[in-house]
Design a protein around this ligand. Structure first.
Ligand SMILES: [Zn+2]
Length: 348
């Protein structure tokens, strides 16, 4: 375990082919009943083992127990009708058939807490668990009840806070909220997005992360990115608000993105989970490339606040690609650690 530059991933890893069809996002389970429960646990064991032997410091569950980063959580809530579907535009980018909010939303029982307890029981390393952010949840639904994105987000934030507190009690060290919507709905981020997120983390002593990205390397996202011009300045909208917020860590894209690296200055004081691995290309980064990306960021974030990571999840990759990228991330962080230790020696 490295105290300087502890490595982690945004979250998802490919699932084993016996659990769900590989290289497809959101693919259905191949098992059911008790066999599915066991299969998910076996997949968690593999995710832990691979991350550990490839030198990752803060382990994720690889999202092995969920099908979709938002929908799987919503499926466990009351007040949402999965039979009543509407086609809505998600993140202003692509149309999807989504369930409808038909009554007050509530969480009757924990969603991921048993999975998190299992993960806790099979590793001594620090563990991180990801939940969808309130705004991204709202944006993945049709609402026939509250008729207000803000009100619904507030309800979800309360539910997320309950779940997060139980994850913390189960031994989760870092709790992450995925808010890709923060790169799209700037006015709402300002009006209530960050406030809803802060409601979700209220009273937690675990470290908290907000992950804001440009999405998986799927066509709808790469087409969208092509319209964003040579400089992606979306973070400029949310970062000043997050800098003043109670969130501990901000997770952002960097490697191969068009995000100007100096935008990190806007979150000075926060820990930065920096994407040094491209999730839109199967080419494996060299350790030197990873180290370069991380080193560039050090002009705007202190080394003791830098957490090397991936740009987003790696679920759609072939397994060997995702695993090789984990190794590249570790090797790149090692290079930079050695370099920093050398500088310290020279200064002494
Ligand atoms: Zn992402």
């Amino acid at each position: 375990m490295h105290s300087l530059l502890p490595t982690t991933t945004v979250g998802s890893l490919p699932k084993p082919s016996w659990l769900a069809q590989p290289e497809v996002l959101w693919s259905p389970w191949k098992l059911e009943g008790d066999a599915l429960v066991e299969g998910k646990q076996d997949a968690l064991r593999i995710a832990v083992q691979e991350q550990t032997r490839r030198g990752i410091d803060i382990l994720s569950d690889g999202e092995q127990t969920r099908q979709h980063f938002v929908t799987t959580f919503i499926e466990h809530l009351d007040g949402v009708d999965f039979e009543q579907r509407q086609t809505v535009r998600i993140r202003d980018r692509y149309d999807a058939s989504v369930p409808t909010v038909v009554g007050s939303v509530s969480r009757e029982r924990p969603v991921f807490v048993e999975d998190a307890k299992f993960l806790r029981s099979i590793t001594d390393r620090r563990i991180k668990w990801a939940l969808p952010g309130p705004m991204t949840m709202v944006d993945t639904l049709s609402d026939a009840h509250y008729r207000s994105r803000e009100k619904l987000a507030w309800e979800f934030a309360t539910i997320l806070n309950q779940e997060a507190k139980e994850l913390e009690a189960a031994g989760v060290d870092v709790i992450q909220f995925d808010e890709p919507s923060f790169n799209v709905f700037f006015e709402e981020v300002q009006d209530w997005g960050v406030a809803a997120l802060e409601r979700a983390v209220e009273g937690l002593s675990a470290e908290t992360v907000v992950h804001i990205c440009y999405g998986y390397g799927i066509k709808a996202n790469t087409d969208w990115k092509a319209t964003l011009g040579s400089q992606w300045r979306q973070y400029e909208e949310s970062f000043p608000l997050l800098q003043r917020s109670s969130i501990d860590i901000v997770s952002l894209e960097s490697h191969h993105s068009h995000v100007p690296i100096d935008l990190i200055e806007l979150i000075r004081g926060k820990k930065v989970m920096l994407g040094a691995i491209d999730v839109a290309s199967e080419t494996i980064e060299t350790p030197e490339e990873v180290a370069d990306t991380l080193r560039n960021a050090l002009r705007f974030v202190d080394a003791d606040k830098l957490i090397p990571s991936t740009n987003c999840g790696m679920a759609p990759f072939p397994r060997n690609v995702a695993l090789a990228k984990l190794s590249a991330l570790s090797a790149g962080a090692d290079l930079l650690r050695d370099e920093l230790a050398g500088t310290d020696r020279e200064a002494a």
